[in-house]
Design a protein around this ligand. Sequence first.
Ligand SMILES: *Cc1c(COP(=O)(O)O)cnc(C)c1O
Length: 365
Amino acid sequence: MRPYLLLTPGPLTTSETVKEAMMSDWCTWDEDYNIGIVEVIRKQLVELATSRPEEYTSVLMQGSGTFCVEAALGSAIRPDDHLLVVANGAYGKRMGVIAGYYHLNCHVMQFDETQAVDPKEIDGYLNAHPEVTHVSVVHCETTTGVLNPLAEIAGAVKSHGKVLIVDAMSSFGGVPVDMAALGIDFLISSANKCIQGVPGFGFVIARRSLLEQCKGVARSLSLDLYDQWETMEKGHGKWRFTSPTHVVRAFMQAMKELQIEGGVEARHARYCENHRILVEGMRSLGFKTLLPDNEQSPVITSFYYPSADFDFKAFYYALKSKGFVIYPGKISQADTFRIGNIGDVFPADFIRLIEAVRELNIKIG
Ligand SMILES: *Cc1c(COP(=O)(O)O)cnc(C)c1O
């Protein structure tokens, strides 16, 4: 069931047991599904996200991660509000694009893609622009693998009393976060990243008191986060429209496996070890990372092409034939490729990967 490992930003390599959990059919209105699976997941997600679960709630939403980002922005921001999008990569930029579709009052603070976001500049912007009501930011910018300093960003946003929306798509479940401690109001992620489920839905964890005020704000029926939440709350795990039942069941298994591993701290430690072996190994072969170590997440790493005539396609297919699928780069300033550290992949896999790269005898410089 595993022709190769996916060392990508998602979907990821999943365990056999997560895949096996999809082998039965579920009735969406039966309590085996609603109460036995959906409500369990919703509660566990809140507990994973914060030390004060009573202040938060969660909504599951069909589609990929972007559907949930769009649902959150489109359901929480009113016509008179002002959104400040903090962007240092493709996913930050995408939030600005969503704001455009919804005709939101939107300010975009553009940072360099190879640098972490600077909280001091956000503070300065908010001093100059008191009309801003909401700030959105990406935690781990998967475009490069940069980890934005979430605690400091939240500190700046909260000192101005603004609503904070975090795209934690590629970090949630793999990098510890406490929404209540940081003051995060909405946090968005999806099934197929660090929780290690399969793709098909995403979720938003929200401050309950704020989500309760979002009735009637959405300008999209399918992506009305409030309506989806109200149906799940009142219907005890009921989805408004067909839910991806098999994917949701697989997700419950993935949550169980996260707990067995030792929770987010233990998973974070494994990803960090995967990352350490990858970077030390690649550097020993002459490759250079795009980012300085202090801005780098353990989620995904960008490497420069090792020479001007480097053939990425050939490298890609050579590694694929050895059992590893990697990812192209996504920035314009430099030629890079990316290798992910997340999913059901372990330090031993990265030791084998480095051996595989070594055997290719890639020309450096
Ligand atoms: C994966 C990802 C998304 C969502 O992408 P989809 O292709 O819609 O699932 C959004 N933001 C970040 C930071 C991501 O890594």
